[in-house]
Ligand binder design. Structure first.
Ligand code: PRP
Length: 210
């Protein structure tokens, strides 16, 4: 076991939960537990290197081989469709991709539906499959206010507890797909580090099911 495993973690709550699972699975890294402002952490003992990256960038690091493995939400995988292996559903970071709208909204299927979202790919695929004509409005956040201000008819966004929708007078109209965090692997790295990667995926799977 000479080679290091390089793992990109999503900075934030999901990253903390992910590291907790990896630690239980045997890849502890004390440096990461006292991070300061650093973003790269190494454990020579466990032959692992972790990187804290923006959640939406994890798949980029993995696809391009800067990281061997990464942990990323299914929402981001569905949106950006990176060329990576999806190895395991970690069962954390659970939420749903939904269409939401003001309570009074009813689609009369006439004209073009205005859809505000960060997830333009997911929204286009969802409405494309139904043959519904839409006008996509790409926003970077605070999507919930778009229907309130008349910018859009509906939104496509992540719903976890439903609090953000509720507090902005919106309701779920349709559920598009369930979301959870996935362990992903770079395709070439998977080949070269197959044994270590498989072992880790196996241990993680045990930890999740404990
Ligand atoms: C997501 C999503 C909603 C909120 C839903 O935003 O865009 O705004 O979480 O969570 P809830 O159902 O528990 O209220 P996130 O916190 O990821 O921030 P972002 O808008 O910056 O992406």
């Amino acid at each position: 076991m000479d080679e290091y495993l390089n793992i990109a973690l999503p900075k934030g709550r999901l990253g903390d939960q992910s590291y907790a699972l990896l630690k239980k699975a045997g890849l502890e890294c004390p440096e990461l537990e006292d991070p300061g402002r650093r973003l790269i952490f190494t454990s020579a003992e466990n032959k692992v290197r972790y990187f804290w990256v923006k959640p939406s960038d994890v798949a980029i690091y993995v696809e391009r081989g800067a990281a061997d493995l990464g942990i990323v939400g299914k929402d981001i995988l569905s949106e950006s469709r990176p060329d990576v292996y999806e190895l395991l559903d970690l069962g954390i970071g659970k939420c749903r991709m939904c269409v939401a709208a003001p309570k009074s909204f009813e689609d009369d299927f006439r004209g073009t539906l205005r859809v505000a979202t960060k997830f333009t790919g997911c929204a286009k695929a969802w409405y494309g499959a139904k043959g519904r004509d839409i006008d996509i409005i790409h926003l970077n956040g605070s999507v919930e206010i778009a229907p309130i201000l008349g910018l859009s008819d509906v939104i496509v966004d992540i719903v976890e507890t439903g609090t953000t929708l509720r507090e902005n007078g919106l309701v779920v109209v349709e559920e598009i797909f369930p979301i959870s965090a996935r362990l992903i692997a770079n395709k070439a790295a998977y080949k070269f580090k197959e044994q270590r990667t498989r072992e880790l995926a196996g241990r993680l799977s045990e930890v999740i099911n404990e």
